[in-house]
Design a protein around this ligand. Sequence first.
Ligand SMILES: Cc1cc2nc3c(=O)[nH]c(=O)nc-3n(C[C@H](O)[C@H](O)[C@H](O)COP(=O)(O)O)c2cc1C
Length: 320
Amino acid sequence: MRIGPITLELPAVLAALAGYTNLPYRLICRRLGAPYCSTEAMLDRQLLLPGKLRRRLVHTDPADHPVAGQIMGNDPKVMAQAAAELCREGFDVVDLNFACPVRKVLARRRGGYLMRQPELALEILRAVLAAADRPVTLKLRRAFDDEPEMQAAFWRIAEGAFDAGAAAICVHARTAQQRYTGKADWEFLSKVKSHFADKTVIGSGDALSAPQAAELLRQTGVDGVSLARGALGNPWIFRQLADHLAGRPMYRPDLLEQRQLLEAHYSHALQLFGPRRAPKMLRSFGIKYARLHPHPSAVRVEFVNIDSEGDWQAVLERHY
Ligand SMILES: Cc1cc2nc3c(=O)[nH]c(=O)nc-3n(C[C@H](O)[C@H](O)[C@H](O)COP(=O)(O)O)c2cc1C
């Protein structure tokens, strides 16, 4: 799979996930074979804050490449400035979020709202392409809603984006109005890929396990699959997908390996966020990691109550 000059051996990417795909988790997924990762959506204006405030938001690391920085906004000028900032910070790709379905975001005409405004979406893209000296990609929904006019807007944006020079599009096969409900429409992904046969199209939606991710690739013919909820608490999904695609039995981490990974994750979080924030940060991850444990509900309850490094260590001692 290719994104501009970047070639990826495994046709899979770690999706943008607000609250999760921060630097520590990206490093964890890379260990297990994620060839390409995305930050969570960052508000364009926040990237333009002075040094110290911006540094709270933007984290890079030599071991975290190739990496996409995802930005969200609706003013072409501000988005262009934010894109230039991402390039200065060393991100390999600038990804534009035209997909977020959160009510507050839509109310401010950002994220998925842009699926209703193809001309503005393309104006933003052109401004960003002019400001960024590296590949620019788009995260789209299959439409804003199911009105025919909105479906036409998807094609206008996708066509216009490739014409303007976008390196790839990632399509979440639900409408913005659907948010995360209902099934992702994989048939739509097939249509998009056959329409843009020589372009890079990444499919997103309902690839919650390695076999499902492989099935999405097979059924739709897209170049790559974006792993989102399936990668939460199971960073092994990248290795499992590689196994599955190669016809090998799928790797299953035992409890000792899960513990080692949880420790490594904690240590990355500690380094970046310090001893006060790291345990709270890890709480939401622990809840997801618990799913792989033979006694998920008992472990989950304990992760929910974590407040300190001591609490974290105690859960690992007791259950792993
Ligand atoms: C908790 C959560 C946070 C998300 N944050 C973002 C985000 O910041 N940017 C983005 O483009 N998509 C975001 N998404 C959407 C995912 O990247 C993905 O497109 C969607 O979850 C569908 O894939 P899945 O069915 O494999 O989870 C988020 C999804 C979830 C569940």
